[in-house]
Design a protein. Sequence first.
Length: 518
Amino acid sequence: MELCILAPTGALGAGFDASAFATGVAARPDVIACDAGSTDSGPAALGSGTPKLSAQAVTRDLRILLRARDQLGVPLVIGSCGTSGRDVGVDWVADIARAIAAEEKLHFKLGLIYSDQSTERLEELYDAGRITPLANAPEIDRELFGRSHPVAMMGVEPIQEALQDGCDVILAGRASDTALFAALPHLKGADPGLTWHMAKTIECGAACAIPPSANGLLVTLREDHFDVTALADGSRLTSRSVAAHTLCENADPFHIAEPSGVLDTTDATYEAVDDRTVRVRGARYVPADGYTNKLEGAELVGYQTVIIDGVRDRIIIDTLPELLPMAKHYFDAKIEDIFSGEVAPPTSISTTASTAPAPSSRATSPTRWIRGNSECSSPSPRRTRPPPTSSPRSSPTPAATCRFPSTTAWSPPSPTPTPRPRRTEDRCTASPSTTSPPASPPPNCSAPPPRSCDPMTSLLDYCSLVRSKNAGPFTLTFDFMCHDEQAYEALVATGFLNKQLFAPPTTSFWSTTLSPSP
């Protein structure tokens, strides 16, 4: 088996390099998939039903994707439409898709999957003891469901039903990012461990590339491995950068929960094929005892003033004269691409660097704070597939827990696409090293005593990656990926990274511990 999956960007509307995407299309993928939502920017989109990205930006990206889908004759799957995945977000993106189809004279069967959950249904589940708070989340009460706008995060099953119904374009409500990419391979019987690990790797587009960007990745999924390739010129992948993304947004570095089970990457290996491609093996998928859907809800509790301050990092301050013109060029090109000259970018930009933090902008806006984030479960999965219908209707999910109504719109079929030639497998003779150097401190920090080190030593002397990222609304993770085992042992020996540094005694709880990698 060999399947090709194209992830054009990390978020619909974020923009991507059209030439890089064309490279992916030339590989004739079996499916194009793209996320369109996030909770990273807070609960306002969920509470208000307002998308974070503009209609112009979403239209630009979606037009390119729909043209490519029509050219290839393969499915296009987009999830968490309208940022939050609410029903209004699905309808919003569907209206844009219909307008593009009319303008471009495109024909496709459109499937819509909704994820809003009724108050009555959630109250029934709550009364039955089938809704529980997530880790570190506050307790929830029965009345919360009526005060918020709850959505359920779907897995692959509703998307697979739409694929089996012959939908060419699938616009889904709130969905697991990985489910968008895993649905078709999972349906075709691909190895579940490789399928879910592949999906996790490309869920954010080229966020795992060097440098990170909003561009895309291409995956070739085979029987015992998958190859992931960066598409944009000047973009590259390393085994370390790909492995690092597996940690992103996860409180556990090796176990990633999905509605139907857990992806275990403990034994995964990452092997550089060339500067732009990494080969991945070894992950496995452990089915869960019961199926679960994560619930997300938001209610208006107040307003917040946000102040954006300056930068203290000396390296960034010293390079601002170089960084600011680069940023201006990037955003000028993006504005021109999205608005086609209808909106003019600023004519000048200041490159004066200040050594002290100073507020640079202030904005006041309504903010919806997430008050409840929970999980609902069912003891026994079940599958039903609703027939095509012209109006929304309820249908139980495989768990018969949270419901994802769907609609299907028929259009005249597109011409039969030219059969795709089979791709030949590129063999790689390189193998990852199995030896590690003896543990000792780096040269500029010899024999560091506990909790102290040479003042000139920084974390970058030990680490190739230092990152903080939210793993859901109630957990914040800090990732430190060391250059090698020697650097890891030396950093641990300093005693610098400890519980008190991240959660001093005044903090209400501590839920993460430092431990060596296996």
